[in-house]
Design a protein around this ligand. Structure first.
Ligand code: ADP
Ligand code: ASP
Ligand code: MG
Length: 463
């Protein structure tokens, strides 16, 4: 049994849907027990999220935006040339979904309020549509496919927008629902990205979450492998949009791939590998547009230790500094700092502390920076009044670059090469991670210099 996930660009238009159906038909010959996971058509999730914010602000712009999403789906269905009966049913289903979105958006607009679960309900609609379209395309080719909404079995907590699965409950429900279908030779086409709380409130797994849906399903169904089909030739040594000559990495370990995903390689959702690790289920990344390419295998054990495998980048970050000469004498400043940030539910990407202990720096998403600085100033009110802490501030528009590979910390010369490459480009390093994992070296640079920095570091190791 294999799980195959197709991303948004892989189902971006009618021709792409057909291409995906070709691939499924091909692989189903070798492995009839296939489960497919599908994302929303490219751009649809963004559009739905934007519409929900517009409605919440009382801006009527969501109305034409929704019409555009409707047209896009209807045009796709028409271009697919499905049998009449199939097309009619599909169009009716799409219409029903779109009407539901319209009703909800009208309510959001009237109330000027978007609750987190309503936001997730809306954001996840694109997957319901693409799963129905893909299932219809497959049926039209004689493959008995059925669209399955993942909220019927994928149980999550109630952290809307970034929910975590309850793997055991999901496993029980997925097996009860999907195994009988597989027994009957039916191919389930499951919506990525979405789930529901035990009470049935809609959730999403975070942006790019369909990758995670696929591995959750792989775990739940004891799959032999999970194949993630995307728009590039596997996981590459850098984002090919930034480094055009980036190369495919043929093999990566779970931890290396997870580290890359966590540090910004968008090709995988940061939590994708977690469900597969325990059961050692291999994950493969492939290109729908270039299916002959072997892509990347993600496997349990790292090979080629001490080699730089990839350079990653995350933008839209802020570097927060807590600084003061008196900090040396104040016990627990670091603990209190991080406790304050944790209380706000903000996750920290990287920490560094100067050896003189005159400051603590850490990196967080820019969206959280104002509230974090406010909370820290309040938490250290007394220390600030006594001048033990001189200032707490955030530097915006910074980026974290991570150089990833197993065993890097134990390998001499890597840092020197990285800093040389940046020095030659006169790129200033604002901070370096101290004591980060042995799988990466991470550093902070100004966002305006970040892409150039990635290119220079990549060139230092790959050219
Ligand atoms: P999908 O819609 O298939 O989920 P995504 O857009 O989420 O696809 O992810 C694929 C994109 O990830 C690629 O087009 C590429 O620009 C980007 N990317 C970033 N870093 C990497 C990397 N190291 N290797 C491959 N792709 C990367
Ligand atoms: N459609 C969702 C998103 O755009 C999930 C995914 O593509 O993986 O975030
Ligand atoms: Mg993705």
């Amino acid at each position: 049994m294999r799980v195959m996930k197709f991303g948004g660009t892989s189902v971006g238009n009618a021709a792409r849907f057909q291409q995906v159906a070709d691939l499924i038909a091909l692989h189903r010959v070798a492995d009839p027990r296939l489960v497919v996971v599908v994302s929303a058509m490219a751009g649809v999730t963004d559009a739905l999220i934007q519409m929900s914010h517009q409605a919440a602000r009382g801006e009527p712009d969501w109305i034409p935006a929704l019409a555009a999403v409707r047209d896009r789906h209807q045009d796709t269905v028409r271009a697919l040339g499905l049998p009449e009966e199939e097309a009619r049913t599909l169009e009716a289903e799409l219409r029903e979904g779109l009407e539901r979105v319209e009703t909800v958006l009208r309510a959001v607009e009237a109330l000027r309020e978007l609750s987190p679960s309503t936001a997730d309900l809306l954001a996840g609609m694109g997957e319901r549509w693409s799963a129905r379209i893909l299932a219809a395309v497959l049926r039209a080719r004689g493959i008995p496919a059925r669209a399955i909404d993942a909220d019927t079995f994928l149980v999550t907590d109630d952290r809307f927008g970034e929910a975590s699965p309850d793997l055991e409950q999901t496993r029980a429900r997925a097996q009860a629902l999907l195994l009988p279908l597989l027994e009957q030779g039916i191919l389930p086409v499951v919506t990525g990205f979405i789930g529901a709380t035990p009470e049935g409130r809609p959730t999403t797994l975070g942006r790019g979450g369909s990758d995670f849906s696929a591995t959750i399903l792989g775990y739940a169904l004891d799959a032999e492998a999970v194949w993630i089909w995307t728009d590039v030739d596997g996981v590459m040594s850098a984002d090919p949009k930034i480094v055009p000559n980036a190369r495919t990495i043929p093999e990566l370990s779970y931890i290396e791939a997870a580290e890359m995903a966590y540090f910004g390689a968008k090709v995988l959702h940061p939590r994708t590998l977690l469900p597969c690790m325990d059961r050692r289920i291999p994950v493969r990344i492939l290109n729908t547009m270039n299916p002959q390419h072997p892509g990347t295998w993600i496997v349990p054990e790292p090979r080629g230790n001490g080699r730089v495998k990839a350079v990653t980048l995350i933008k839209n970050l802020s570097l927060v500094t807590v600084e003061g000469r008196g900090m040396l004498g104040v016990p627990g400043v670091a603990a209190r700092t991080f406790a304050t940030v944790a209380e706000l539910g903000v996750s920290i990407l990287m920490i560094s502390q100067s050896s003189s202990e005159q400051n603590i720096c850490f990196v967080i998403p820019s969206s959280a920076a104002p509230q974090v600085v406010r909370a820290l100033r309040k938490a250290f009110e007394r220390e600030i009044a006594r001048r033990d802490i001189e200032d707490i501030w955030a530097m915006d528009r910074v980026a974290v670059i991570a150089v990833v590979g197993a065993g890097l910390r134990a390998t001499p010369g890597i840092a020197a090469r990285v800093f040389n490459a940046l020095g030659n480009g006169r790129i200033n390093v604002l901070s370096i991670a101290q004591g980060s994992s042995e799988y990466n070296l991470s550093l902070v640079v100004a966002e305006s210099e970040a892409e150039e920095a990635v290119r220079r570091i990549h060139a230092a190791f790959y050219e």
